[in-house]
Design a protein around this ligand. Structure first.
Ligand code: PCA
Length: 196
């Protein structure tokens, strides 16, 4: 069996739930060829990514997928790229609010995700689930995790990627899009199924 490490975040920004963890924790322990290890990580610059790396050091996964909330998005969005920038509109859960600082001072400006993002979108589209490629994971903690994983996995056989998911219906104020939890779970399951 191949090994997948998949993470979801703690709630942040005044929310009481985070759909990323609510969905990740419901994923089955096996999807296709993958044994699935689920992990909740804190919404903290640096420490969130470090938690994933620590778990990966123990598990030796073939693939690391991180999942996060992108309130306001309509569909499930695999991220194409992570950028070497921390720029926060709100503080993280530790009160840290960096502006215009690099994640890795010696690192490149950006990395492309190494998971098959287009195959993920094709699988979700075929199932009729709202989805799209995203070309920006922002510059908050989700991008921090994506960039750090890609930086650390660069030159290794470990694939890494990030998927943003919409609000749950109970989080979305009127006019704001959301997605039922079971659809997010189905979408993530299809994304894992699209891995090589
Ligand atoms: N979403 C945030 C960080 C944690 C999460 O679930 C983001 O998009 O950066």
């Amino acid at each position: 069996m191949k090994k997948l490490l998949i993470t979801g975040f703690e709630p942040f920004g005044g929310e009481t739930v985070n759909p990323s963890w609510e969905a990740v924790r419901l994923l089955p322990k096996r999807i296709g060829a993958y044994e699935v290890t689920r992990l909740q990580i804190p919404t903290l610059f640096g420490k969130g990514a470090q938690r994933v790396l620590n778990a990966a050091e123990a598990l030796h996964p073939d693939v690391i997928l991180s999942v996060g909330q992108a309130g306001g998005r309509r569909g499930v969005t695999p991220e194409v790229v992570g950028i070497n920038l921390r720029e926060a509109r709100i503080p993280d859960n530790g009160g840290f609010q960096p502006v215009n600082v690099p994640i890795a001072p010696d690192g490149p400006a950006a990395y492309f995700a190494t998971v098959p993002v287009r195959a993920m979108v094709d699988a979700m589209t075929a199932a009729g689930l709202p989805c799209a490629l995203s070309y920006s994971a922002g510059a908050f903690v989700c991008n921090d995790v994506l960039y750090t994983l890609l930086h650390r996995c660069h030159g290794t056989a470990v694939q890494a990627g990030f998927i943003h998911v919409p609000f749950l219906p109970e989080q979305a104020r009127e006019g704001v899009p959301s997605m039922p939890l079971e659809d997010i779970v189905r979408a993530l399951t299809l994304c894992v199924g699209a891995l090589g």
